[in-house]
Design a protein around this ligand. Structure first.
Ligand SMILES: C[S@@+](CC[C@H](N)C(=O)[O-])C[C@H]1O[C@@H](n2cnc3c(N)ncnc32)[C@H](O)[C@@H]1O
Length: 299
């Protein structure tokens, strides 16, 4: 049995054979990379607190959290619960719904949404460490509605009118075709389905995007960093309706910082801002804000 068989009920809504080929190719890559530490971490008996925490340590850095275990709290770089609290009231009723989380990292929001009884939450992220972290977490939390695949946003064109809700958070500025992505995601939604877009952005009233030559806030592979009105206009041009700005917030060291499970040698917010002027990045660009916007595919 191919593990994508859970998509058979959705065979009309996805290119199942292409997805199977992509996933098996990528799973092979994970094995090939010889991620021995990951394997050991996942094969351990996680019901023993010692082995659980030793496995967690093997999968450092933990970027998203916190997660509560009987034996303690796994505190990650990000307090993802802050972001969750900003958008959870905007999700509607997820009972029996089908959800896609694009760039889900270790699945923090998937585990939160699992408590709302969805039919399926598919998380995709191309990074093997994220998959290993998700597998470890789900060995402990055992949420049957959750699935993780090593896919990227560029593979979302293989889904058609399938998801009632898509989370698309922290991704769009890393890709060169923001509108193409929004259009692919619109087509992956059921008519009337909703998207939650979250992105870093720059301050400013007008509709424009910064296009840095090199890094932005220390990050590589950066393309367009939009103002809020530019982000809304992208959503409009991608033909979303009922566009609603949920939040426009500062980044804070309370929300993003080093912890035991994301140690100092991994960079965090304070390393990305000018130490003498936090309104600027270390490269001298306007410091990032975070925008959260909701939109609907036309019914
Ligand atoms: C800034 S994090 C955002 C994580 C999460 N969505 C959140 O909002 O907290 C970006 C995530 O995108 C993932 N990623 C990298 N390349 C990607 C791609 N091509 N498609 C989708 N996700 C990607 C990274 O592994 C990382 O987990």
């Amino acid at each position: 049995m191919n593990h994508l068989d859970y998509l058979i009920p959705f065979a009309k809504n996805c290119d199942l054979e292409q997805l199977k080929a992509l996933v098996s190719q990528r799973e092979g890559h994970w094995e090939h990379k010889g991620s021995l530490e990951y394997k050991e971490a996942l094969e351990a008996d996680l019901s023993s607190p010692e082995q659980l925490w030793s496995s967690i340590e093997k999968l450092i850095p933990w970027k998203k959290g916190p997660f509560e275990f009987e034996s303690g709290t796994l505190d990650a770089e990000w307090r993802s619960d802050f972001k969750w609290n900003r958008f959870k009231e905007h999700l509607g009723n997820l009972e029996g719904k089908t959800v896609l989380d694009v760039g889900c990292n270790n699945g923090y929001f998937m585990f939160e949404m699992a408590k709302l009884n969805p039919k399926l939450v598919l998380g995709i992220d191309p990074i093997p460490r994220c998959q290993a972290q998700f597998k470890l977490l789900n060995k402990v939390f055992k949420e049957d509605a959750l699935r993780f695949e090593l896919l990227g946003v560029e593979h979302c064109k293989h889904f058609h009118s399938m998801f009632d809700l898509i989370l698309f958070m922290g991704i769009i500025y890393h890709h060169r075709h923001p509108l193409e992505q929004l259009i692919d995601l619109r087509e992956a939604l059921t008519p009337g389905g909703e998207i939650i877009l979250e992105t870093i952005g720059i301050p400013g009233e007008e509709s424009y995007a910064l296009f840095p030559e090199d890094r932005y806030a220390g990050m590589k592979n950066i393309y367009f960093i939009p103002t809020l009105s530019c982000t809304v206009n992208w959503m409009k041009k991608a033909k979303f309706i009922n566009i609603e700005v949920i939040a426009d917030t500062d980044m804070t060291e309370e929300e993003q910082r080093s912890t035991k499970w994301n140690p100092e040698n991994f960079k965090t917010l304070k390393d990305s801002l000018d130490p003498n002027d936090p309104s600027k990045t270390i490269e001298g660009h306007p410091a990032p804000r975070r925008f959260l916007i909701k939109g609907t595919r036309k019914p």
